[in-house]
Design a binder for this molecule. Structure first.
Ligand code: NI
Length: 411
């Protein structure tokens, strides 16, 4: 065990209560995407108390801080998302949300606490840190808006970030374990919006109509063959049509003019994304035309894949991630990637005019059956095991130390 890891674990351990207090505040005061005002103020106050310089982002919510170590070295960023969801809490947490209808049901309160814990740990070791650490508390992950806003604000520049780490709590794996998945970890996603137009008429006299309902039914069935027949058996993807509305509403005896459908597509590679988009187009146009209907549709690019594989020749951070998990005495596990998405993907890919940086996304185990911490993301019963908080803090702090070490030894 390195001196650094022993110190990090000791500081995390002696601040258990403080981390629990941080967590309790954020859990009780969840705020929706882009409205994280109190959350941001509270984070900023804690960072200032730790002697961490705040960085102006020009955004209404979200906070960025910078810690300049006592020695020369690279700049490493650690990122947390801070927004909550429009869900009424039903968890067994003894200090539930005080904001009616709003809840940290994705555990972003755990992420804030872990990152504040990392800031606390690293600020105590400031003189021995080689380089600079940036702390990025981004808003609006749930709306896929916060990462791009933060990157646009220049948070990856001046000094230029050379590696970026983040974590997401999950009750899929027990407290004390951390998922290290080299490669895709969270899906990329697109939204599809399809409108089939025929010619309505009497339900009992169908031959005088062109029925868009039958065409829509054929399209829904055929879209399922994209995953079963076009995606390679060793890959994975999802095409789900989640809502179907006819222009007549719910009525039993009138064929409508229009059927409107919306759905979501999930994928784990840019190649699959391009292929799936092309197949949706072919199936919708081909089937609509075969049924004498017309089709219009839109596919929106919602989120790229979050992948821990190096993007376009970037530094591979997987070995650092494995070393970090071992250094803090956690167990590295490798569950299957999730069909959910996260806008952390933009930190490695970058946005127009702002290049991405090598990035790594962990899952932090927060499962504890005794405390009913067993529910999935976005469940009204979602709950984090408090014992996971110091582990999350140590994981992020140790990642910054190990990444700086790796970059200095192999620039
Ligand atoms: Ni989340």
């Amino acid at each position: 065990m390195s001196t650094f890891s022993e110190r990090i674990l000791a500081i995390a351990d002696s601040n258990r209560q403080k981390l629990q207090d941080f967590y309790q505040y954020f859990h009780r005061h969840p705020e929706l995407s882009m409205k994280e005002y109190q959350t941001s103020d509270h984070i900023a106050a804690i960072l200032m108390e730790l002697g961490i310089e705040l960085v102006e982002t020009g955004l209404d919510t979200g906070v960025a801080g910078i810690l300049r170590g006592g020695q020369d070295g690279p700049c490493i960023a650690l990122r947390a998302d801070i927004d909550a969801l429009p869900i009424q809490e039903q968890s067994s947490c003894p200090f539930p949300s005080e904001n009616e209808g709003v809840m940290h049901a994705c555990g972003h309160d755990t992420h804030i606490t872990s990152l504040l814990g990392a800031a606390l740990i690293l600020s105590e070791m400031r003189d021995d840190i080689r380089g600079t650490v940036k702390f990025i508390f981004q808003p609006a992950e749930e709306k896929n808006l916060g990462a791009t806003a933060m990157i646009r604000s220049g948070v990856l520049e001046d000094p230029r970030v050379e590696a970026c780490f983040s974590l997401h709590g999950t009750a899929e794996i027990p407290t004390g374990s951390v998922a290290v998945i080299p490669g895709p970890i969270m899906a990329g996603l697109n939204t599809i919006d399809i409108e089939i137009t025929g010619k309505g008429g009497h339900g009992g006299i169908p031959h005088r109509s062109t029925d868009p309902v039958v065409a829509a039914a054929a399209i829904i069935q055929s879209l399922q063959t994209i995953v079963s027949r076009n995606v390679a058996p060793t890959d994975s993807a999802v095409v789900s049509i989640c809502s179907v509305h006819t222009s007549n509403g719910i009525i039993s005896n009138v064929i409508p003019d229009n059927v409107h459908m919306k759905g979501t597509v999930r994928f784990y590679s840019e190649e699959d994304k391009a292929m799936i988009n092309r197949r949706i187009l072919e199936i919708v146009e081909g089937i609509a035309s075969a049924y004498n209907c017309t089709a219009s549709f839109e596919i929106s690019d919602d989120l790229p894949v979050t992948t821990n594989a190096p993007f376009h020749g970037q530094r591979d951070l997987s070995a650092i991630a494995y070393r970090t998990v071992a250094d803090i005495g956690a167990a590295a596990v490798s569950p299957a990637p999730s069909g959910g998405g996260d806008d952390f993907s933009y930190y490695s890919i970058g946005i127009e005019g702002k290049a991405g940086v090598p990035s790594f996304f962990y899952w932090l185990g927060v499962r504890n059956e005794d405390l009913d911490c067993i529910y999935s993301w976005h469940s009204p019963k979602f709950r984090t095991d408090p014992a996971a908080l110091p582990i999350g803090a140590a994981l992020l702090a140790m990642s910054a130390i190990n990444a700086a070490d790796d970059i200095l030894s192999d620039p």
